[in-house]
Design a protein around this ligand. Structure first.
Ligand SMILES: Nc1ncnc2c1ncn2[C@@H]1O[C@H](COP(=O)(O)OP(=O)(O)O)[C@@H](O)[C@H]1O
Ligand SMILES: [Mg+2]
Length: 251
């Protein structure tokens, strides 16, 4: 099987009219099926730009990008949209759920955009995705009736439901407290254990330690790319953190 992501000397230059911003400066990166990779780096280092390229939301100015073996570097907008819908699930910092719309309907949505399916099958698959993120008992809740962590789980279910080749998450814990962030890492680790390929941007070093591999960016370049040595397991950290928080309350 081809790598899920293969970037070869990719550049992105934003032309804002007055100045050119060279946001990604010759990035080469290969991600195999089943990996869980975190991209780290200070604000402005080019992480989101790289994610937008990998997510087919934008095209490289220069260089080659093979997504699941297919060269997508020259595709036009419509072709990019098509391949994006088929291959990629997105999770954002701000959840981006439809308000006043149930969790179930939010997760059904990407299936309704896709090729026609039986309505019952759409619902069945959305329910299954919500069960995978531990929200099988919250199908009818709207975003305002859910906590931030639960809203992010709905967003993850929405990313999952099309069975994408790759899930991209840009700062998925940026709006969450530390305990809830680890709960989201727990969901990601469970999905990864099922073979799902995950690429996550974060600027938090401790969150990156739940991934298998850390890629660090600086000024549009990759400056380090290494396996995580003391990898954290969210299912182990959560009870520990809970005990600590309870002890702090007693004291
Ligand atoms: N749409 C855009 N137009 C012009 N410049 C941009 C645009 N998006 C990002 N940039 C610039 O590209 C650089 C990298 O930004 P970004 O990829 O958002 O970094 P990060 O996600 O690591 O904070 C920054 O200097 C930023 O100002
Ligand atoms: Mg960013």
């Amino acid at each position: 099987m081809p790598p899920v992501i293969q970037l070869e000397d990719v550049h992105k230059i934003y032309d804002t009219g007055e100045v050119e911003v060279h946001a990604v400066r010759g990035v080469s990166l290969t991600v195999q099926r089943g990996e869980f990779v975190a991209i780290l780096g200070a604000s402005g280092s080019g992480k989101s730009t790289l994610m937008n390229l990998i997510g087919c939301l934008d095209r490289p100015t220069r260089g080659r990008y093979l997504l699941d073996g297919r060269d997508v570097s020259q595709l036009d907008r419509d072709e990019l949209a098509e391949i994006r819908n088929a291959k990629i699930g997105f999770v954002f910092q701000g959840f981006n759920l439809l308000p006043r719309t149930s969790a179930l309907e939010n997760v059904e949505l990407p299936l309704l955009y896709g090729r026609l399916r039986r309505r019952a099958e759409v619902t069945e698959r959305a329910v299954r995705a919500l069960e995978m993120v531990g929200l099988g008992d919250r199908l009818d809740h709207t975003p305002s009736q859910l906590s931030g962590g639960q809203q992010q789980r709905v967003a993850i279910a929405r990313a999952l439901v099309t069975e994408p080749t790759l899930i991209l998450a840009d700062e998925p814990t940026g709006n969450l407290d530390s305990r809830t962030s680890i709960e989201i890492m727990d969901v990601f680790q469970q999905l990864n254990a099922r073979g799902i390929t995950l690429l996550m941007v974060t600027h938090e070093l401790d969150i990156a330690r739940y991934a298998q591999r850390n890629v660090v960016m600086r000024d549009g370049r990759i400056v380090s790319d290494e396996p995580v040595r003391a990898r954290l397991c969210a299912a182990e950290e959560l009870p520990r953190l809970k005990a600590q928080q309870e002890a702090a309350q007693i004291a």
